[in-house]
Design a protein around this ligand. Structure first.
Ligand code: ATP
Length: 234
């Protein structure tokens, strides 16, 4: 579904990605693991064209997308949920969700998707009239994911969805990611919590200083000594 082929990308003189190739199959969950600064967020930014690669190609459903404007990639069905719960704190929960659907014209389907998001996150339904700034960290993360879903993604890019959340909330978020996937959305997941990420992923890539150092099925990586030592706590 999504293919990155030999992607190089820089921030000025900082070489963030140095020949990254990866593949995300339709309906799968793929995890991108790696330490701080390895380049995980940069990969998501090249896919959504917030960071333009200086060489290599990105193909989505058979079409080159590495020269599209960011808003065009959203129209193609690629939606990024950013790290840090970037919701609008003064707007209500409902208004934040509505923003996710702004580019859509299929109003009847938008209504159904509101229903779907409220089913997935009953707490957002309960708090739909509250300012988003009053939500807990976990609830804001749910809102960020909900807003992403309101854009009707075929490929959802999640940047550190478990960051800063209590363990019980982390489990809940991962359960919901699996549920979203089981309803037909493909997922590319950036995570520092490698154990949790591998527990729901079909395939994973390990990134080290801009280069893919390891890849395999979740089971293969869980049994790889090097990966276990460095990312899974031995
Ligand atoms: P983190 O988990 O900390 O977000 P990451 O694996 O997502 O880490 P990136 O954010 O992709 O890593 O960063 C890759 C490299 O690019 C790092 O060396 C980082 O310092 C650098 N970098 C990232 N954003 C910028 C920027 N806006 N300007 C300059 N350098 C940047």
């Amino acid at each position: 579904m999504l293919e990155l082929d030999n992607i190089y990308a820089n921030y000025g003189s900082v070489k963030a990605l140095k020949g990254v190739s990866l593949n995300v199959k339709q309906n799968s969950i793929v995890a991108l693991l790696g330490a701080n600064g390895a380049g995980k967020s940069s990969i998501l930014k090249t896919i959504t064209n917030l960071l333009r690669p200086h060489s290599g190609s990105i193909t989505f459903l058979g079409e080159r997308i590495d020269r599209l404007k960011p808003e065009k990639t959203v129209r193609k069905g690629i939606v990024m949920v950013p790290e840090g719960r970037q919701v609008f704190p003064e707007l209500t929960v409902y208004e934040n969700l509505l923003i996710g659907s702004y580019a859509r014209k299929d109003r009847a389907q938008v209504k159904k998707d509101f229903k779907f998001v409220y089913e997935l996150f009953p707490i957002l339904h309960e708090k739909m009239k509250d300012p988003a700034g009053t939500l807990s960290g976990g609830q804001m993360q749910m809102l960020a994911i909900g807003r992403g879903l309101m854009s009707k993604p075929t490929l959802l890019l999640l940047d550190e969805p478990s960051l800063g959340l209590a363990p019980i909330m982390v489990q809940e978020i991962f359960r919901i990611i699996e549920e979203i996937n089981s309803r037909g959305t493909t997922i590319l997941l950036v995570e520092q919590n490698a154990n949790m990420a591998l527990s729901i992923s079909d395939y994973a890539y390990v990134l080290e200083t801009g280069i893919i150092s390891n890849e395999g099925s979740a089971a293969e990586l869980q049994n790889n000594d090097e990966v276990r030592q460095s990312y899974l706590g031995g």
